[in-house]
Design a protein around this ligand. Sequence first.
Ligand code: SF4
Length: 299
Amino acid sequence: MHYTGTIWRPPYEATSLLLEVTAGCTHHKCKFCTLYNDLPFKFKLSPFEDIEADLKEASVIYKRWGGFRSNRVFLTGANPFVLSFEKLMDISRLIHKYLPNVKTIGSFARVTDVTPKTDEQLQKLHEAGYDGLTIGIETGDDEALAFMNKGYKASDIVTQCKRLDKAGIHYSFFYLTSISGAGRGEIGAKATAEICNQLHPIEVGANMLTIYPDSELYQEILHGNWKEESEIEKYKEIRTLVENLEIPTIFGALGASNAFQLQGELPKDKKKLLSILDEIIDTVSEDELKKYRDSVYHL
Ligand code: SF4
């Protein structure tokens, strides 16, 4: 299989076949992000022959093992959904040719990857198997989105995800705890809950901002332009998010950036999640949480 640089995938794609169709990110401008800094280029589309060779290899393993643990392919790279409708359809045809049991195809996607596709194209992509996108919306706080160079506004998240809803393409969100900065976490959490409550994410997964020296955000901090929340504030922020989510969804905080792993179904588990968060806020010290943060050497 062809894999380039560090391969990132959401926790729930652990049993999906990881197929490299792109590497890197077309945007590559978010101030906090160092995810693809190990690549010598910004973004690359894999040659079609490489994708086909990987699918051939996977089909041999599939036959030998009598199947995979899931009938799902996850396309790697920060935003393969940016590819044109035609390219995505070609990739889907190739997947179904070599792995006829595959039912769905997922990937990371940016909100702006959805924008240029027509409603009819989104519908056809859904029929071709595209489902279960993971969108790193990060926040619904417009001030933070602008400062961090995310390249869209909260209203774009709502507009484009409503189009995905209409096409039947399901999606999950990544939320970035602390993106709003010191003193603004609860504002960001409330703004995010407000947009989520208008949409239908399968899951809202929280990751906690961990700042690395090779990020642009680190320089902003050195220049006094931005201040990080305390670790306790980050947990208060998550609490506000959970408290204000009113839709049926899964809330998760499972990645390595979270000192405590949490997951629950909303609204059923809301009380339980809030009480765990209260316990963390009341009993864990800032020093202990800071020690954990300092040990997260790479996300
Ligand atoms: S956060 Fe996502 S969209 Fe932003 S630069 Fe990193 S990979 Fe690209």
